[in-house]
Design a protein around this ligand. Structure first.
Ligand SMILES: NC(=O)N[C@H]1NC(=O)NC1=O
Ligand SMILES: [Zn+2]
Ligand SMILES: [Zn+2]
Length: 462
């Protein structure tokens, strides 16, 4: 058989081992894997100096199109994702306008996304006060999970997302459990964090450090415990997004040991930037939950080493430059959200695999296999015959400095600018097509396809 492409001689990362193998691709699918494949092929890639692994599946990305394309659109956002080694992502139901909370708004999202994605994508649906009766239709349309905010969301247009009150959280969980779906939760106590913030800003305490103090560790832990408790009552499957504290990780691990169906993600920034560094970097590093102390960060690293962090996601939450500025240097006023998805894989491969000797197979589980499994994303998350050829090449001997001009974001305000990273994604393939190459940049046209959750029946009709 003549193949479309053979990736030759790379150190291929499989589920439980790394082996030097050739990978043959036909019609976007991995057709053969062997020590050597000598068949003819339209194209070959020499990967002998590289790791070859499944692309990242980033299940936490805020693309702000439609409605706020000037913050970040599908084209710029997915170029950055592709250049960073992500081959598939899940778009969050907020920051675009309108928020994705029913069939109509999902169709608007899907329509806006058509033909503009360089990588494959799926959608989240939102749980907000008042849309309980719309969750089934979102499920029927193939959203991969539902998302809610226990803290306030930071946007204030009438068509924006709203955070849940406890009643909505409880009834939403009941409904989502009936649908057999997962509820993903931004867990921070809204009342306490908002009031602490107001209090501090009222006293003129407006620095980066003050912002961090207004969202203490216990406000995350309390929200996690409350959600776990309600999850237990309702038997709803849960997923906690961007967990930033060791105590929250332990609570979730404990609930899992006791039989709850619950998972968690954390993000590269919680492992690579401390609260003290946030003060030096400035608004680009503002996010919620906030960056934590070195001590807290070290505990989180230990938990990652112990396998307690199921997955890594970017929480790419971009905004225009003026929203990261405040004439009075008031950190409560600037946008909370990090523009960071282009460096996910490089940063965490460097810090986790190269610097802390975490097995590369575990790393790949966190960036690819676990998210694919948890969110039912079919045919992705693993290098194996008959899977989609969503593959990245990583050079573990190539250092670079993150520079503004290399970033594909609409607004190049990453907190990682100036940072040296000691490895680099050199190629990204989506279903066998090279969409990014380090030397040539983004290649070809946007070929990304929408993915519907495996468990769903109705085709997404757009
Ligand atoms: N609205 C929004 O994107 N918020 C995100 N930003 C952030 O730092 N945490 C979030 O939940
Ligand atoms: Zn969030
Ligand atoms: Zn987010």
């Amino acid at each position: 058989m003549k193949y479309d492409l053979i990736i030759k001689g790379g150190k291929v990362v499989f589920r439980d081992e790394v082996r030097r193998n050739d990978i043959a691709i036909k019609n976007g699918i991995i057709a053969a894997i062997a020590e050597t494949i000598d068949n003819e092929a339209e194209q070959t890639i020499d990967a002998s100096e590289q790791y070859v692994m499944p692309g990242m599946i980033d299940t936490h990305v805020h693309i702000c199109e439609p409605g706020r394309t000037e913050w970040e659109g599908f084209i710029t956002g997915t170029k950055a994702l592709a250049a960073g080694g992500t081959t598939c992502y899940v778009d969050m139901p907020l920051n675009a306008l309108p928020a994705t909370i029913d069939r109509e708004t999902l169709y608007l999202k899907a329509e806006a996304a058509k033909g503009k994605n360089y990588i494959d994508y799926a959608f989240y649906g939102g749980l907000v006060p008042g849309n309980l009766e719309r969750l089934k239709e979102l499920s029927d349309e193939g959203v991969v999970a539902f998302k809610c905010f226990m803290s306030t969301c930071g946007t204030d247009n009438p068509n924006d997302f709203s955070n849940v009150d406890d009643y909505t959280l409880y009834t939403g969980m009941k409904k989502i459990a009936e649908l057999g779906h997962i509820l993903s939760i931004h867990a921070e106590n809204a009342l306490i964090t908002d009031r602490l913030g107001e209090e501090m800003a009222g006293q003129g305490r407006i620095t980066a450090a003050d912002y961090v103090l207004s969202r203490p560790v216990f406000t995350e832990v309390e929200a996690v415990k409350r959600a776990l408790y309600l999850g237990k009552q309702t038997r709803c499957r849960l997923h906690f997004v961007h967990i930033s504290t060791a105590e929250a990780v332990e609570e979730i691990a404990k609930a899992r040991r006791e039989g709850q169906d619950v998972s968690l993600e954390s993000c590269p920034h919680y492992f690579t930037i401390t609260a003290a560094q946030f003060e030096e970097i400035g608004p680009a590093a503002k996010c919620s939950p906030p960056l934590r102390s070195r001590e807290e960060q070290e505990k989180l690293w230990q938990q990652l080493i112990e396998g307690k962090i199921d997955m890594l996601t970017s929480d790419h939450s971009p905004c225009p430059p003026e929203m990261k500025q405040s004439s009075s240097n008031n950190f409560f006023e600037v946008w909370g959200g990090i523009t960071g998805c282009q460096n996910n894989v490089d940063l965490m491969f460097d810090e986790a695999v190269l610097k802390r000797n975490i097995p590369i197979t575990n790393f790949v589980k966190m960036i690819s296999s676990n998210p694919a499994e948890r969110f039912n994303i079919p045919n992705k998350g693993e290098i194996a015959v008959s899977m989609d050829a969503d593959i990245i090449l990583v050079d573990a001997n190539r250092s670079y400095v993150v520079k503004e001009e290399g970033l594909f974001y609409r607004h190049k305000q990453s907190p990682y600018i100036g940072r040296t990273i000691d490895c680099r994604v050199t190629k990204t393939l989506v279903r066998g097509i090279v969409v990014y190459d380090l030397d040539q940049g983004i290649a070809g046209e946007p070929l990304g396809q929408v993915i519907r959750s495996k468990s769903q029946a109705e085709a997404m009709n757009v």
